[in-house]
Design a protein around this ligand. Structure first.
Ligand SMILES: Nc1ncnc2c1ncn2[C@@H]1O[C@H](COP(=O)(O)OP(=O)(O)OP(=O)(O)O)[C@@H](O)[C@H]1O
Ligand SMILES: [Mg+2]
Length: 257
């Protein structure tokens, strides 16, 4: 027992901190970062240990993109259906330390913007993020991260950027990461040919991944407009399957923290 506790402590980047910080990051836009950040925060918030009193939620979702998409989504959610606190920084640095160091916070999940504007000539080992407001905001959250979640889609359009994110951004910083396949279409890819291809691509590189994908469902597409979280989905039919996919991601994430 002692050995395993020591091993866990040794692998933690910030053993002195109560909160674990998870950053959802992928260079390519549209792979599902915001959807995954909000919904894993919802799953974590709904699974949090309830303690009496007026203590703040142990889970905080943070968005750092200038568009503040996380705020727009959360603002549309019924207050009693929002199981986490949220904060948006719009790319401003210096606002996160208070939240991250707060001993009442346990899980902090950060949504980041895509960042295609990197220096293509940056040498291996040097930081390719370059100089911009987004780059500074990204560097700040990467410095705080215990774990990164990297979404990838069955369509190969996101694969190069997933590899770039891992090899050039996460590995040089020694940030543990977990890949999640998003938008597997169970109707169109019935034989799971495309799904097996992306799984093989990930496994060839020895990247850790969530066992099963997040499936593509229309209910997710409307969630932003409707102000819904997976934790509010119906407990039957497709909605239940859609919710289960995110619960699985949240559980796998917990095992890595
Ligand atoms: N599993 C899914 N099923 C159906 N639609 C999805 C799924 N995941 C994401 N989407 C939809 O795909 C679009 C892109 O998702 P999202 O905004 O989460 O990506 P993103 O990585 O945050 O993009 P950006 O880099 O632009 O911030 C959104 O319209 C979202 O509703
Ligand atoms: Mg987004």
């Amino acid at each position: 027992m002692t050995t395993s506790t020591a091993a866990t402590a040794a692998t933690r980047r910030f053993p002195e901190r109560e909160a674990r910080v998870v950053v959802v990051v992928q260079q390519k836009g549209g792979a599902g970062k915001t959807t995954i950040a909000i919904n894993t925060a919802a799953c974590a918030g709904r699974s949090a240990v309830q303690s009496p009193g007026d203590s703040p939620s142990p889970v905080v979702a943070i968005g750092i993109d200038v568009q503040a998409s996380l705020e727009k989504w959360c603002a549309g959610v019924r207050e009693d259906a929002l199981p986490f606190d949220y904060l948006v920084t719009k790319g401003k640095v210096g606002l996160l330390a208070n939240v991250v160091d707060d001993p009442e916070r346990r899980r902090i999940i950060i949504d980041t913007p895509g960042f295609l504007d990197v220096d293509p000539d940056a040498e291996w080992g040097s930081d390719p993020l370059g100089e911009s407001r987004t780059a500074d905001a990204l560097r700040e959250v990467l410095d705080l991260a215990d774990l990164a979640i990297v979404p990838i889609t069955p369509s190969a359009i996101t694969w190069d950027e997933a590899e770039f994110t891992i090899e050039r951004i996460l590995k040089p910083r020694h940030i543990p990461f977990l890949m999640v396949i998003n938008m597997h279409d169970p109707g169109k890819d019935k034989q799971e040919v495309q799904l097996d291809k992306v799984k093989a691509w990930i496994d060839e590189r020895n990247y850790p991944r969530v066992s099963d994908p997040i499936r593509r469902y229309t209910i997710h597409e409307n969630a932003y407009e409707n102000g819904t979280l997976v934790t509010e989905y119906k407990l039957s039919g497709t909605a239940l399957k859609a919710r289960e996919d995110f619960m699985r991601v949240a559980l796998t994430m917990e095992q890595m923290l």
